[in-house]
Design a protein around this ligand. Structure first.
Ligand code: FAD
Length: 390
C-alpha cells in the first residue's frame, strides 16, 4: 500500500505514525513544504486539552489524546531518548452567567459524565470559595475539569509524532503539493513543487487551514477555511495561583503559562471572521477592545496586567458544525480527509491518526468509531454539532 499524506503537522504526522505501527510494510510518504512548521497551526496553538465537549465523540477523542500525553514516553520516545512535552494538568473552567449558558453546561455535563470525564458543576458560592481571585457574583454556574485537562507544548508534540513516524519508517518529502492527476472518481498522482510526481493508492488530506486550497487542486471541494486567531501573552503584578484554562461567556479565554498568562478572544456568530488574514499581523486592537476589559471583569487583578507579546495562527474552520472531516471524500474515493478540526485538532491528533490508519488498513474503524465525522454529512446537511467551541 502506498499512501501520500499531504501536510506534516500534528495530524499528518499522527496518521503516518499510526499507519506505520499498523502496517509496517506500507509505503508512507509525508509531503510537507516546511519542516520547521513555521506557519503550521500545530506550532501556533494554545495547545490545550479538555474533556469538556458537548459531543461524546470529542470527549472520547480527547481521552485517547490524554492517554498518549500521559504515556508519551511509551508512544513517542525514539531509542529511549528523554521526551518532555511539558504536559501540565490544570483543568478547564467553563463559566456561565445566564440561564441558557447554565443549561448548556448542565447538558454538556451529562454527556461528559456519561463518557467518563471527571468534571464537576460549581455554583457561585463554591466557585468563590475555590477561586477567590475570580469574580463570581455574576456567575450562574461553572464547570470544572478535575483531571485529564491541561496544556502541553504543541510544537514539541508535532515534532515527536514526526520523529516517531520516521523511526518507524515513514518518509518526509520537503515539497508542496501543487496539483493532481485524477481519473473520474480517484486521484492517481500528486504533483509536487520540486517537479516530483507521486503515485499512491491513497492520499490523506492533512493540510490543516490550507485544506480548502489542496481540495481545489484535487477538484474536490473541502469546506475548511483559514481563520486567524491571536494569542496574547501577559503578566499580572498581583501574584495569582496557577489558573485553569478559563472560558468566559464574553467570548474570551485565558490560562496560566509559566509565571504569566496567555489568552484570546473568539469571534461570535455575529462578528466578522474573514479567511486568510496574514499571520504576521496579530490583531492587537483585539486586546484593547475585546480581551482586556473582559479579563479585568472576570479577574479584578488583571486590571493592572501588562501585555508582553502576541502571535497569530489559523484555526482550520469547518463552518457547518465546527467538527473535523475524516474519511473518504464523497467525490474522490481515495482522497481521505483529516482536516477541519476548528481549533481542537491538536488534542485529537492521536485519535484521528489512529482512526485514519485503521480505515486505510482494515477498511473501517476498530478502536473508536469515527463514522460520525464522515464527509458524507456535507451532502446530507446532517451536522455533527459541537456546542463547546472556543
Ligand atoms: C491560536 C490557536 C489556538 C489553538 N488552540 C488549540 C488548543 O488549545 N487545543 C487544540 O487541540 N487545538 C488548538 N488549536 C488547533 C490546532 O492547532 C489545530 O487543530 C491542529 O494543529 C491542526 O493540525 P494539522 O496538522 O491539521 O495542521 P497544521 O499543523 O497547520 O499542519 C498542516 C500542514 O500542511 C502543510 N501544507 C499546507 N499546504 C500544503 C500543500 N499544498 N502541500 C503539502 N503540505 C501543505 C503546512 O505547511 C502545514 O505544516 C489552536 C489553533 C490556533 C491557531
Amino acid at each position: 500500500m502506498r499512501v501520500a499524506i499531504i501536510g506534516g503537522g500534528a495530524i499528518g504526522a499522527a496518521c503516518a505514525m499510526f499507519l506505520r505501527r499498523l502496517a509496517p510494510h506500507a509505503d508512507v510518504r509525508v509531503i510537507e513544504p516546511d519542516p520547521t512548521l513555521r506557519l503550521a497551526s500545530s506550532a501556533r496553538s494554545a495547545a490545550s486539552i479538555r474533556q469538556q465537549f458537548s459531543n461524546a465523540l470529542n470527549v472520547r477523542l480527547s481521552q485517547f489524546g490524554l492517554q498518549v500525553l500521559r504515556e508519551a514516553h511509551d508512544w513517542l520516545a525514539v531509542d529511549d531518548a528523554p521526551l518532555d512535552l511539558g504536559f501540565v494538568e490544570s483543568g478547564y473552567l467553563f463559566v456561565a452567567t445566564g440561564d441558557a449558558g447554565a443549561q448548556a453546561l448542565r447538558d454538556n455535563h451529562a454527556v461528559q459524565r456519561e463518557a467518563g470525564a471527571p468534571v464537576q458543576l460549581l455554583d457561585a458560592a463554591e466557585l468563590a470559595r475555590r477561586m477567590p481571585w475570580l469574580r463570581s457574583d455574576d456567575v450562574r454556574l461553572a464547570s470544572l475539569g478535575s483531571g485529564g485537562e491541561g496544556w502541553f507544548d504543541g510544537e514539541a508534540f508535532a515534532r515527536a509524532l514526526a520523529r516517531k513516524a520516521r523511526a518507524l519508517g515513514a518518509h518526509w518529502h520537503p515539497a508542496r503539493v501543487v496539483g493532481f492527476e485524477r481519473g473520474a472518481h480517484a486521484l492517481r498522482t500528486a504533483q509536487l513543487s520540486d517537479g516530483t510526481r507521486f503515485e499512491a493508492d491513497a492520499f490523506v488530506l492533512a493540510a490543516g487551514a490550507w485544506s480548502h486550497a489542496v481540495g481545489a487542486l484535487a477538484g474536490a471541494p473541502v469546506p475548511v477555511f483559514a481563520r486567524r486567531r491571536t494569542v496574547f501573552v501577559f503578566s499580572c503584578p498581583t501574584p495569582l495561583p496557577r489558573t485553569p484554562l478559563v472560558v468566559d461567556p464574553a467570548g474570551i479565554w485565558f490560562r496560566s503559562e509559566g509565571a504569566g498568562f496567555i489568552g484570546g478572544w473568539s469571534p461570535g456568530a455575529h462578528d466578522a471572521d474573514p479567511d486568510d488574514l496574514p499571520l504576521d499581523e496579530p490583531d492587537l486592537d483585539q486586546f484593547e477592545q475585546r480581551l482586556w476589559p473582559a479579563l479585568a471583569h472576570r479577574v479584578p487583578a488583571f486590571d493592572a496586567l501588562r501585555r508582553s507579546g502576541a502571535w497569530a495562527g489559523y484555526y482550520e474552520v469547518h463552518p457547518l458544525d465546527h467538527n473535523g472531516l475524516v474519511g473518504p471524500h464523497p467525490q474522490c474515493a481515495n482522497l481521505l480527509l483529516a482536516c477541519g478540526f476548528s481549533g481542537h485538532g491538536l488534542q485529537h491528533a492521536a485519535g484521528i491518526g489512529r482512526g485514519v490508519a485503521e480505515w486505510l488498513v482494515h477498511g473501517g474503524y476498530r478502536s473508536l468509531d469515527l463514522t460520525p465525522l464522515a464527509a458524507t454529512r456535507l451532502a446530507g446537511g446532517a451536522a455533527l454539532v459541537e456546542r463547546a467551541i472556543i
